[in-house]
Design a protein around this ligand. Structure first.
Ligand code: E4P
Length: 224
């Protein structure tokens, strides 16, 4: 299972990169725009924080295959490291994916809402396909079911393409996607924290602290 952080906020990235077993960071034009700052400083700043080994997914804003390929090359050259260009599904995107695969540039085909879209993207050579769970849930589409079907079809046809599930609004969606074998998720810092939190955990820790303090006061093991 790969956990990626779906933000371009440098403070959140610094924090989560230190505290969680992150495999990388994903962005999209909305996420980048939310930071309202110099684009190149932002994406190279993310690379500096996460280092060269972790994945950085940055979405193209181009609309034709030729321009997508050109922009992907520029992004890879300037950002460096373990880089993936995110390309929205569509004819131009599929054509660009096939060309980028020949050039050895990593591709995540994004804005996926059906298993049929994902299958074609995988056949074109996408390394990842990114279905949007919450946006499907919002229209009673059951995002997790769609993600599960994508996982199953990629397996049936033997494609070496991972399902990077995106657009989460709660921890239950993350859990459900993991249960059906999705290979990776990209989530906000808030959802990451919710995933590791539980009121019973808090109660258990409070109990341990109370029992310890009753005998040893405020001394830690290292002070005994
Ligand atoms: C990630 O790659 C997607 O672009 C993102 O998760 C979409 O999330 P949203 O539905 O919250 O905008």
């Amino acid at each position: 299972m790969l956990y990626l952080l779906d933000t371009a906020n440098l403070e959140a990235i610094k924090h989560c990169n230190e505290y969680y077993p992150l495999s990388g960071v994903t962005t999209n034009p909305s996420i980048i725009s939310a930071e309202n700052t110099d684009f190149w400083e932002l994406v190279t700043g993310i690379r500096k924080i996460i280092g060269d080994e972790k994945m950085l997914h940055v979405q193209t804003t181009q609309k034709t295959a030729a321009a997508i390929v050109k922009e992907a090359k520029l992004l890879k050259e300037r950002i460096g490291g373990n880089f993936y260009v995110k390309i929205p599904i569509g004819e131009e995107g599929i054509k660009a994916t096939m060309e980028l695969k020949k050039l050895g540039i990593g591709v995540t085909v994004t804005a996926i809402f059906t298993p049929a879209q994902a299958l074609i993207a995988a056949k074109a050579g996408a390394d990842f396909v990114a279905p949007y769970v919450n946006r499907l849930d919002n229209i009673i589409g059951d995002g997790c079911d769609v993600a599960a079907e994508i996982v199953s079809q990629l397996k049936i046809f033997g494609y070496d393409c991972k399902v990077l599930v995106a657009s989460f609004k709660n921890a239950e969606q993350v859990h459900k996607c993991a249960s059906v074998g999705c290979h990776s998720v990209t989530v906000s810092a808030g959802i990451l924290k919710t995933v590791i939190s539980h009121p019973m955990t808090d109660a258990a820790i409070q109990g341990f602290d109370r029992d310890w303090a009753a005998i040893y006061g405020d001394k830690t093991i290292m002070e005994l």
